[in-house]
Design a binder for this molecule. Structure first.
Ligand SMILES: N[C@@H](CCC(=O)N[C@@H](CS)C(=O)NCC(=O)O)C(=O)O
Length: 309
């Protein structure tokens, strides 16, 4: 009824899985025109190890491959055909228990409306890359200030980011989208599902986002005629940013290795200060934060989402 294929490349490159923690090997299984069922424990492939003919010049993992250390996710074909596939199951006469068993399969074709300079959208894009969800989410550039942008984006507030699901529903704002996508991902959650860690990460995200809110207000204020600007509010937003960065520095000093949605929000906030408010010196009082920020910025997810000049 169907067709099995070892991953289309058919082999592992030398060095695959040599990163810390190893990597998962995935067998892609593709049906032709009809759905089919695998029995639990059914042998489907055989892995043969062979010696190299000569010593390789470099190892696969050394090049920072996207696949190295990636969590499990659905293949392109399944992501694109998910809903049709479920309908196909019903049409082909599969019993209700089988159809139900596939209901939980996390198959979505989603659209993220974003702008390349939005730090809130960057937070979501970083999470997408960290979770290896790039193929499940199509990125759609949108200018929230354009006429009729609200209906295109699917957010009456006409703000980005907004996420369109495969059933046409729209989710916003960025914390909601991040939580939704975190639930879709197969890997380690970036937002703890429960307990004290969950509230700590949500609060950290609120701090990062709050710094962004204050920074964005300062940027908007600076674009108004000088006579219309409020010194009182500018001072208040600036003070909030400095206190916020103090808190970030304290949190990072207490646990430098943590990596979660809160830390992503922190790094996006500092990145936005550099991008839009370069004269606001957050580094001066926090030399220790610098190395952490550089490490975060060097991650593929941050490098790929750096705002344009
Ligand atoms: N709280 C929102 C903030 C989103 C936001 O303010 N986005 C900005 C771009 S950085 C925007 O779309 N602004 C357009 C507007 O305010 O009209 C979130 O976290 O998603």
């Amino acid at each position: 009824m169907g067709e099995f294929r070892a991953h289309y490349a058919g082999f592992f490159d030398p060095g695959f899985g040599t990163n810390s923690g190893g990597s998962r090997a995935v067998l892609e299984v593709r049906s032709r025109d009809v759905p089919f069922i695998l029995e639990h424990g059914q042998p489907v492939a055989k892995l043969v190890y062979e010696s190299m003919a000569s010593k390789p010049k470099g190892l696969y993992g050394g090049k920072g491959s996207n696949y190295q250390g990636q969590g499990l996710k659905l293949s392109n074909g399944l992501q694109a055909q998910g809903s049709l596939w479920r309908q196909g199951l019903q049409l082909s006469g599969a019993g209700p228990e089988i159809v139900e068993a596939f209901q939980d399969l996390k198959v979505h074709v989603m659209k993220l409306y974003y702008s390349a300079t939005s730090p809130y959208a960057r937070k979501v894009r970083v999470l997408i890359i960290e979770h290896g969800l790039q193929e499940a989410v199509e990125l759609v550039r949108a200018d929230p200030m354009a006429e009729n942008a609200a209906s295109k984006i699917g957010n009456p507030l006409s703000k980005v980011p907004a996420l369109e699901l495969d059933d046409g529903a729209h989710l916003f704002d960025s914390p909601v989208i991040c939580e939704y996508l975190d639930h879709q991902a197969a890997g380690e959650p970036l937002l703890a599902r429960e307990g004290a860690a969950r509230w700590a990460v949500l609060t950290a995200q609120a701090l990062g986002d709050g710094i962004l809110d204050a920074a964005l207000s300062l940027v908007m204020e600076s674009r108004r005629p000088e006579t219309e600007r409020s010194a009182y509010w500018q001072d208040r937003w600036t003070a909030a940013i400095h206190r916020g960065v103090d808190q970030i520095a304290e949190d990072v000093a207490s646990d430098r290795e943590a990596f979660d949605l809160g830390r992503i929000a922190y790094a996006c906030a500092l990145g936005y200060l550099d991008f839009r408010l370069p004269d606001l010196d957050w580094r001066g009082p926090h030399p220790n934060l610098l190395a952490w920020f550089e490490d975060m910025s060097a991650r593929e997810s941050f490098a790929l989402t750096t705002p344009p000049e």
